[in-house]
Design a protein around this ligand. Structure first.
Ligand code: KG4
Ligand code: ZN
Length: 380
């Protein structure tokens, strides 16, 4: 059976829309990426040293319609033609976008687009920044009404898990399969807002067994970069500086590395960097970056090892923006040799809508009538 899903992701500072198509049976399914558009607002938020929720909301409102049109065109699903749309339907779409005034003004452009042949619309409903999530949700609701499609709410973190399971065809990048893996599995999800160890007993069954008690690890990278005047986002630039530095130069703490539980804490590590800068007139940004990165990676690796042992996991799945980190990848591979490990392709480690579309395929509960943004939505 051929199926097409259009997914919308606006949980943070990327406005993303992807359309994917699946062929085949449940056991041997083949996927095709028809489009995967990510419009990043990072440059805009960089001025403020981090993501500003209301600014993200406004930018998503501006970006969604053009990103949708690009996604439809790339997927060859775009046709512009005079449409017969009832006043009542236009009114309903307007109602769905009541709280997104800017988007409501641009939305009528979509009235001129022929209803695309897709089966469902998926949208991230959490976790994330609520003002950002709401734009995507309300946009998805309006589209679902207009095109009479079912609406599937997706947890952003489940998307990150799926991103690691994408196995691209070597000859044709837009073709991929989902990796088979052994249960029970463990996921280490590391991003700007989350640091979570998730136990996956079977398909679709998630249990958070460890998480950060304060800052997320990506947030720590971002804050340290800010302290060193290296801009936003901090992860990529810290890791680049770290390559030229000495990871043993400064003995930063490894918070909770020996605690019996599987939780994390990165706020103390961040503060140690701040104190180091306060107490030293001369320092090497490279050494600080390398020593900080090493401390963060050491904790992530130690806790992951501990969790694998405790839960007898046979597979490790890595996801989220920080899973792009080269040092983290190397140390995970080196320290955890005996089980199967999946990393997302570097281009899919950060936020994207392809992972949301994919998660939607595997959702059991298909359509939902009322969807709300939930900034602190948890995997379960
Ligand atoms: O998953 P993501 O794109 O967005 C959230 O859902 O938060 O993750 C973004 C985070 C940012 O904190 C960014 O600094 C971090 O991922 N990041 C990295 C690297 N690339 C991105 N952290 C460490 N090393 C990297 N190479
Ligand atoms: Zn994310």
């Amino acid at each position: 059976m051929i199926m097409k899903i259009l997914a919308i992701e606006t949980s943070c500072d990327e406005t993303a829309i992807s359309i994917i198509e699946s062929h085949g049976s449940h056991t041997s399914r083949q996927f095709y990426v028809l489009s995967n558009i990510v419009s990043s607002q990072a440059k805009l938020h960089a001025k403020f040293g981090g993501v500003v929720p209301n600014l993200a909301n406004r930018e998503h409102q501006k970006n969604l319609v053009p990103v949708l049109i690009t996604a439809l065109k790339e997927a060859k699903l775009y046709k512009s033609q005079k449409q017969k749309i009832s006043g009542a339907l236009m009114f309903q779409c307007g109602e769905a976008l009541e709280r997104e005034a800017e988007l409501a003004k641009i939305f009528p452009i979509i009235f001129k687009i022929t209803k695309p042949i897709i089966d469902a619309i998926a949208v991230t409903h959490g976790p994330g920044l609520e003002p950002a999530l709401w734009v995507g949700i309300n946009f998805a609701k309006a589209l679902a009404l207009l095109w009479e499609k079912p609406l599937i709410p997706i947890n952003h973190m489940e998307g990150h898990i799926y991103s690691a399971l994408i196995h691209q065809n070597e000859k044709n990048n837009s073709k991929f399969k989902i990796q088979n893996f052994e249960f029970p599995a463990l996921a280490l999800l590391v991003s700007g807002g989350h640091t979570e160890l998730v136990f996956i007993k079977k398909n679709g069954s998630y249990k958070i067994i460890g998480e950060t008690l304060d800052d997320a690890v990506g947030e720590a990278f971002d804050k340290v970069a800010k302290m060193l005047n290296l801009g936003y986002p901090g992860g990529p630039v810290i890791s680049a500086y770290a390559e030229k530095g000495n990871a043993r130069a400064i003995a930063f703490p490894r918070p909770m590395i020996h605690s019996a539980n599987l939780h994390f804490s990165f706020s103390g590590l961040k503060t140690s960097v701040l104190y180091y800068l306060r107490d030293h007139k001369k320092y090497s940004r490279e050494d600080i970056a390398a020593s900080f990165q090493q401390a963060a990676v050491d904790v992530l690796v130690a806790k992951t090892k501990q969790a694998i042992k405790k839960y007898g996991a046979k597979t490790l799945i890595m996801g989220g923006g920080v899973s792009a980190n080269k040092k983290l990848r190397e140390e995970i591979m080196k320290s955890i040799p005996d089980i199967q490990i999946f990393f997302p392709n570097l281009s899919l480690a950060g936020d994207n809508a392809l992972m949301i579309a994919l998660a939607a395929f595997f959702r059991k509960q298909k359509s939902a009538t009322s969807i709300r943004a939930d900034g602190s939505l948890r995997l379960r």
